[in-house]
Design a protein around this ligand. Structure first.
Ligand SMILES: [Zn+2]
Length: 141
């Protein structure tokens, strides 16, 4: 678990700008309180190597996933977010909150593509939440 401002940081993937290079799909941790972003500690070295390489190469854009040997998402973010034994409604509410926080980050980073993805995710999750809420009112879970 990583902490910042006393809050646990959220694990996600984001686009990071390194000098003139935009690096996509970097595993990052994001603080919901102060909106600080840091590269996930497990991929820090890889990130730095790629950033340096992309910069020397003069690349405007690279995709971290194309170069990385990093473990799959789940393993990477296991410690960041607790998915265990959670009520499905609480879980989806939590995910919506996170997506909203990330939307702020996407806006701050001027990343319309990411913003768009997050908005899509929010639409899907809101629908799921409605469904769960209806089930709950009907006493079926
Ligand atoms: Zn913070």
């Amino acid at each position: 678990m990583s902490f910042c401002c006393g809050a646990s940081m959220i694990g996600t993937k984001g686009n990071i700008r390194h000098l003139r290079t935009q690096i996509h799909n970097v595993p990052i941790l994001f603080c919901p309180v102060c909106h600080r972003i840091e590269v996930h500690h497990l991929v820090e070295d890889e990130y730095e190597i790629l950033a340096e390489y992309a910069h020397c190469d003069g690349a405007a854009e690279v995709d971290f996933e194309d170069y990385s040997n990093a473990p799959a998402n789940d393993a990477l973010f296991e410690n960041c977010v607790n998915h265990e034994n959670e009520d499905p409604l609480a879980l989806v509410t939590n995910q919506i909150d996170m997506a909203l926080d990330l939307l702020c980050v996407a806006k701050e980073l001027h990343d319309p593509e990411w913003e768009h993805q997050l908005k899509n995710r929010l639409t899907i999750m809101s629908a799921r939440k409605d469904k769960l809420q209806r089930k709950k009112t009907m006493g079926r879970y």
